[in-house]
Design a protein around this ligand. Structure first.
Ligand code: URA
Length: 409
C-alpha cells in the first residue's frame, strides 16, 4: 500500500477500506507516515467527509490503538459525558463532581485545547501538580475511590486519538463531523460507560456551526454507540456566546469552583440540566426528581467537596493555582445596549494571549485569558469595562477584544 494513493483516493472523494485507513492512521502513530502526509489526508477528509462505515472503522482503529478498560471492577453505575468543544466550556469540572456526589462513577478521557476551543486537560493541568496522565490501574482505583476521574489519552488509552487530535488542532481540520465523532467515541468506548451524554455545542464558538450538522453528528454518535451496546444521549446546546464569564485555562477552573460554591448564571443552569439528563437516563428517575437531586448536591456543598477531593486525588494543589500578572481593562468606545459577544472572537483572542496553541507542541500559558464584565442586554456607557484581559506580556489587545462586542443604539 502507498500513502500517496490513499491521500489521492480521499482527495477524489472515494471511500477508504479498513486496511487503507489502518495503513495510514496506524502508520502515523508508528511514525512511518509523517505529519505533512497525515495533515493532507485529514484536510481531504475534512473537505470530502467519510461514509458511516469509514467513521465506524476509524473509531474502532482509534479505540484499538490502546486498550479497553475492564469495567467489571467498577462498583456502581458508570456514566460518561463529553462536549464537542466550545469557548469557556468548563462544564466537565462541575458535572463530574455532581455526578460522583450522587453516587455514580464518571471516569473520563478528555483532550487538550482544539483549535480556538479550550480543552479540559489543559484546564486541569493549570492546577499545579495535577496529573493528567494516569495508568489504567490508577484510573480504575481512583474511579472506585473518588467517583470522578479525568485523564488525557495515554499510550494505554486511545494513543492514536491523541496524535491525530493534536495535529488537527493546528491544521485547520477540527471542524469535521466524522473526525469529531470518531475522536470522541473512541475515547468514550475505551473507558466503557454504558450511558454517554454528549453536550453537542452549536454556534459560532463551537466546532459545529449549525443545527443541521449537529443533528447529523448526533445521529452518527448514536449509531456508533449502538454498535458497541452503549446509549449515547446527545443534548444540543448554544455556543454563540462564551459559556460563563471566564475564558482561559486557570480562569476557567476558578469559575468552575465559583459555581460549585454557589455562583448563579447560565453556566450553573446548563450544568444542572446536563447532569439531570444524564442522571435521569442512567438511573431511570424522572427528570424533575433528577433536577432536585442534582440541585441539592450543588447547594449543600457535596459537589464542591467532591471537586476538591478529585483535584487532591490526582495530585493537584488548588491553593497554588495562579493567573497571569497583568490585568488590563477593555473599555467600551460607545454607548448602547450589548447585543452580542462573539464566542469565536473571544476564543481566538484567548489563543493570541497564549492560552491555546497555534503550532504543534506550542507551550501554553495557563494563567492568561479573558473575564467578561458585561452581559447581553446590559446598558453600556462609553468607558464601561466590557471585559478584562489577563496577560503575561504588555501588548495591547484592546482593539481585538473590542471587536468581539456588538453594541447597538
Ligand atoms: N472533542 C474531542 O475529543 N474530539 C473532537 O474532535 C472534538 C471535541
Amino acid at each position: 500500500m502507498d500513502i500517496l494513493d490513499i491521500i489521492s483516493k480521499k482527495k477524489d472523494n472515494k471511500e477508504l477500506s479498513r486496511e487503507e485507513m489502518e495503513f495510514a492512521y496506524c502508520g502515523y502513530l508508528k511514525g512511518s507516515v509523517p505529519d505533512y502526509q497525515m495533515s493532507s489526508l485529514l484536510m481531504a477528509t475534512c473537505i470530502n467527509g467519510m461514509s458511516f462505515d469509514e467513521t465506524l472503522d476509524l473509531t474502532d482503529i482509534m479505540l484499538k490503538s490502546g486498550k479497553i478498560l475492564d469495567t467489571s471492577e467498577i462498583k456502581g453505575v458508570q456514566v460518561d459525558k463529553h462536549s464537542t468543544g466550545g469557548v469557556g466550556d468548563k462544564t466537565s469540572m462541575i458535572i463530574g463532581p455532581i455526578i460522583a456526589s450522587l453516587g455514580l462513577k464518571m471516569g473520563k478521557l478528555s483532550g487538550r485545547g482544539l483549535g480556538f476551543t479550550g480543552g479540559t486537560i489543559d484546564k486541569l493541568e493549570s492546577i499545579p501538580g495535577f496529573r493528567v496522565a494516569l495508568t489504567s490501574e490508577e484510573f480504575l482505583h481512583d474511579l472506585n475511590k473518588v467517583g470522578f476521574v479525568e485523564c488525557e489519552q495515554t499510550p494505554e488509552f486511545t494513543p492514536l486519538d491523541k496524535v491525530i487530535y493534536n495535529l488537527r488542532s493546528v491544521t485547520g481540520t477540527v471542524e469535521s463531523i466524522p473526525l469529531i465523532a470518531s475522536s470522541i467515541m473512541s475515547k468514550k468506548l475505551a473507558v466503557g460507560a454504558k450511558y454517554i451524554l454528549i453536550d453537542l455545542k452549536v454556534g459560532e464558538g463551537a466546532l459545529i456551526k449549525n443545527k443541521k450538522d449537529a443533528v447529523t453528528l448526533a445521529n452518527i454518535m448514536i449509531e456508533i454507540g449502538k454498535r458497541y451496546d452503549k446509549t449515547v444521549v446527545p443534548v444540543l446546546t448554544d455556543m454563540d456566546m462564551p459559556l460563563g464569564d471566564n475564558i482561559g485555562n486557570s480562569l476557567e477552573v476558578l469559575e468552575a469552583l465559583d459555581v460549585l460554591k454557589g455562583k448563579y448564571g447560565n453556566l450553573r443552569d446548563l450544568c444542572i440540566e446536563l447532569s439531570s439528563v444524564l442522571y435521569s437516563k442512567s438511573m431511570g428517575v424522572n427528570l424533575d426528581a433528577a433536577r432536585r437531586e442534582v440541585t441539592d448536591v450543588l447547594d449543600n456543598g457535596l459537589a464542591y467537596r467532591k471537586f476538591l477531593e478529585f483535584v487532591k486525588n490526582q495530585g493537584g494543589d488548588i491553593e497554588k493555582i495562579g493567573v497571569a500578572k497583568y490585568l488590563k481593562q477593555v473599555k467600551s468606545d460607545r454607548d448602547g445596549i450589548l447585543k452580542k459577544i462573539s464566542a469565536y472572537k473571544i476564543g481566538v483572542l484567548s489563543v493570541h494571549l497564549g492560552g491555546g496553541r497555534e503550532k504543534k507542541g506550542d507551550a501554553i500559558n495557563y494563567g492568561v485569558g479573558i473575564v467578561l464584565n458585561k452581559h447581553i442586554g446590559d446598558d453600556i456607557k462609553i468607558g464601561d469595562v466590557l471585559c478584562y484581559t489577563y496577560q503575561d506580556d504588555e501588548k495591547n489587545y484592546e482593539k481585538e477584544a473590542l471587536e468581539a462586542f456588538t453594541i447597538v443604539k
